[in-house]
Design a protein around this ligand. Structure first.
Ligand code: PLP
Length: 438
């Protein structure tokens, strides 16, 4: 039996069956017969329970999780304080619809987020405003509506390889993989994609697009990830985000930062944008905000979120149990986990840099804090997605849970509770895997 106390003694993955084990295999067979074929399951992992950075499958195999369920389990799997808050809140109130009624966990969470949002100091004492959603895509969808409503403009600028979600507005902003939009057209009109992260791209925007087919006075917003997530954990060039801000100011365009993946402490700051001297107008959040319960948020400067009652709302957003989990999550982040993400992130990057020096097909790491990736390249230095996928599979069979991103990158987005020792185990396993490649 895997318990919180016992698992702390487990230093490394422990595999006791072949993979998938018999119970996992049976569940996978049942699942595949009835679930949507659009799901992308990378390998046959059937999770029973989790604790910190460890997860146990249904056959009793223990894995080290470097994904946090795609950057969600910020405080680790089943953090006891988060679990307690969920249990206590669910015994009191499961749902009441925050769009129609009031309850304290929602007000408390909105207060905390409004106080921490990296917006300019309120001029007249107004705090930032918060709208709660159920997912990242819904946060982006709402932010897009808000920007169009506020500016009464219809065009939006987004970035190639950006990822913002699967609903129509969010999908229309996404520039990631063709399979994500192929066959779903027509998309939301008015979106122009430009290359991410380079001054060259902003030169093109200003010197060509703005003077020809994209009048800036028609542009409601620029939607950008401060560090591209699904696109490959890509860092922008120095000065890129500052210049975006300056372009927005000059043309009264809103700057929307999609911090769904980069936010909630993952990069070593609560919001990734705090690594730069840039203040956005709107921020979208989700993923890590409630340690695994479905919750998202749109944060806005107060003068922007002025849409009237009934213009935007939902049924489940800001659910009391999810808010209770988020309130504890934020405390845990502030009380050490953001700092842990920063420190462990440096150790991870150092270790990956050492690893890269031994393998010509592994790039130097890029990213910030615990949002880090390496790229797998062929002999010509081109992305090699097939080799990346084989490495991910091999790591799984050694008990290391990793996922890809970008064209041929391997991402490291562990729970923010990861320890120095667990980073060392990760690097050792990866080294053993990489040794087998020519
Ligand atoms: N925005 C970013 C930056 C993301 O990384 C994601 C998901 O990966 C989304 C939005 C969509 O979030 P969700 O899957 O919760 O809809």
């Amino acid at each position: 039996m895997f318990t919180v106390t016992k698992s702390h003694n487990i230093k490394a993955p422990k595999l006791i069956t072949s993979l998938p084990g018999p119970k996992a295999k049976a569940i996978i067979d049942r699942d595949l017969a009835v679930t949507s074929p659009s799901y992308t399951r990378e390998y046959p992992l059937v999770v029973e329970r989790g604790d910190g950075c460890l997860i146990e499958d249904v056959d009793g195999n223990i894995f080290l999780d470097l994904t946090a369920g795609i950057a969600v389990a910020a405080t680790g799997h089943a953090h006891p304080q988060v679990v307690q808050a969920i249990q206590e809140q669910s015994a009191k109130l499961l749902h009441m619809c925050g769009g129609d009624f009031y309850y304290e966990p929602l007000a408390q969470l909105a207060e905390t987020l409004a106080a921490k949002a990296p917006f300019p100091q309120p001029s007249q004492g107004d705090k930032a405003r918060v709208f709660f959603t159920n997912s990242g895509a819904e946060s982006v969808e709402g932010a897009l509506k808000l920007a169009k409503y506020y500016t009464q403009r219809w065009r939006v600028i987004a970035f190639v390889a950006g990822f913002h979600g699967r609903t129509y507005g969010a999908m229309s902003l996404t520039g990631s993989k063709s399979v994500q939009c192929q066959g779903f057209g027509p998309l939301v009109p008015g979106v122009t994609h430009i290359s991410y992260g380079t001054h060259e791209s902003l030169d093109y925007l200003e010197q060509n697009l703005f003077t020809s087919m994209l009048p800036p006075s028609d542009v409601a917003a620029i939607v950008v990830e401060p560090i591209q997530g699904e696109g490959g954990y890509i860092m922008p060039e120095d000065g890129f985000l500052e210049r975006l801000r300056e372009i927005c100011d000059r043309h009264e365009i809103l700057l929307i930062l999609d911090e769904v993946q980069s936010g909630m402490g993952r990069t070593g700051k609560l919001f990734a944008i705090e690594h730069w001297n840039v203040m956005p107008d709107i921020i979208t959040l989700a993923k890590g905000i409630a340690s695994g319960l479905p919750l998202g948020a749109i944060l806005s400067r107060p003068e922007i979120m002025t849409w009237p009652p009934g213009s935007h709302s939902n049924t489940f957003g800001g659910n009391p149990v999810a808010c209770a989990a988020a309130n504890v999550t934020l405390k845990l982040l502030e009380n050490g986990l953001i700092e842990n993400a920063r420190k462990r992130g440096l150790e991870l990057q150092e270790g990956l840099t050492r690893l890269a020096s031994g393998y010509p097909y592994v790039s130097l790491p890029h990213g910030k804090g615990l949002m880090v990736a390496i790229d797998i390249q062929d002999r010509q230095g081109q992305p090699d997605p097939a080799m990346r996928d084989r490495i991910l599979q091999d790591a799984f069979y050694q008990g290391l849970i990793l996922l890809g991103c970008g064209k041929a990158s391997i991402r490291f987005s562990p729970p923010l509770v990861i320890t120095t020792e667990q980073i060392a185990v990760t690097l050792n396993i990866l080294n053993e895997v990489l040794k087998n490649y020519p």
